[in-house]
Write a protein that binds this ligand. Structure first.
Ligand SMILES: NC(=O)c1ccc[n+]([C@@H]2O[C@H](COP(=O)([O-])OP(=O)(O)OC[C@H]3O[C@@H](n4cnc5c(N)ncnc54)[C@H](OP(=O)(O)O)[C@@H]3O)[C@@H](O)[C@H]2O)c1
Length: 246
């Protein structure tokens, strides 16, 4: 199984950033791409430009999620919708920030998998691509967001085991900083959003779309399990030790 064996794709979070780039990349192949997000106007523009099928839906509406998605035989899920409210401080986050982040990044992401996976298993054809983050792999001062992406990391790893023998593949993509609207949504203070998106050359959404395409197009014997992808000028590692005498 590789890209040529897949027909129908669902991309969540398709109205901007990484999801939009993935829709643009996949519609240039033979695939029928369904683009899901809340902002209908953005999806309509994307549909006119690419021929994708727009699905305007709030993934936090669980009943609507199952009603909309379960009847279509998707071969590929790009489980991408997500946000980072309460990004830099759990203590300063509101209750609404906590609910939005967990309900979108964890609860909805799991329900989407649950809605599509039984069909994939029955057809013995499928590929789940979960959008994690380096914040789900390493300790960072982004506790709430990291907890949500850490959950997705173990979901992906556990699914790899549960799906043994099913012919369904599972890939987790873990980007560091990408130039999208993510930080505009995460921060109310535009200065913080600007700071997060400056200082070095960020990844572009198309870089992530390229990595996803690589995983989808790999031959059947290859399950690309985890891809960690960072800007050249952003590194992971080091250790923080409180200065002596503090
Ligand atoms: N940018 C980064 O630096 C970075 C790094 C690592 C991982 N990621 C992850 O990459 C994924 C994509 O983010 P991005 O960077 O491309 O940010 P983005 O441009 O803000 O895109 C987020 C997408 O999620 C959708 N979304 C949010 N809540 C939703 C809901 N309740 N129902 C349906 N759709 C919803 C948004 O669409 P609507 O608002 O129209 O609904 C939008 O299309 C996220 O999971 C994010 O955590 C991003």
């Amino acid at each position: 199984m590789s890209l040529s064996d897949y027909r129908k794709v669902l991309v969540t979070g398709a109205s901007s950033g990484i999801g939009e780039a993935v829709v643009r990349r996949l519609t240039s192949h033979h695939l029928e791409v369904h683009a899901l997000a809340r902002r209908q106007d953005r999806l309509s523009e994307l549909a006119s430009a690419t021929g994708c099928i727009p699905l305007a839906l709030d993934l936090r509406d669980t009943d609507a999620l199952y009603d909309t998605l379960q009847s279509t035989e998707y071969d590929v899920l790009i489980n991408n919708a997500g946000l980072g409210r309460g990004y830099d401080s759990l203590a300063a986050a509101s209750r609404e920030d906590i609910s939005r982040t967990i309900e979108t990044n964890v609860t909805a992401a799991i329900h989407v998998v649950h809605a599509l996976l039984p069909g994939m298993i029955a057809r013995r054809r499928g590929h789940l691509v979960n959008l994690g983050s380096i914040a789900g792999l390493y300790p960072m001062p982004t506790a709430l967001y990291g907890a949500s992406k850490g959950a997705l990391h173990l979901l992906s790893q556990g699914l790899r085991m549960e799906l043994k023998g099913s012919a369904v593949r599972c890939t987790e993509i873990c980007p560091a900083r990408v130039r999208t609207e993510f930080f505009d949504t995460a921060f109310d203070d535009p200065t913080k959003a600007e700071q997060a998106a400056s200082g070095f050359e960020l990844l572009e959404p198309s870089d992530i779309a390229d990595a996803i395409l690589y995983a989808l197009d790999a031959p059947w014997r290859v399950n690309v399990s985890t891809i960690e992808i960072t800007p050249t000028e952003q590194y992971i590692g080091g250790i923080y030790i409180e200065p002596v005498g503090r």
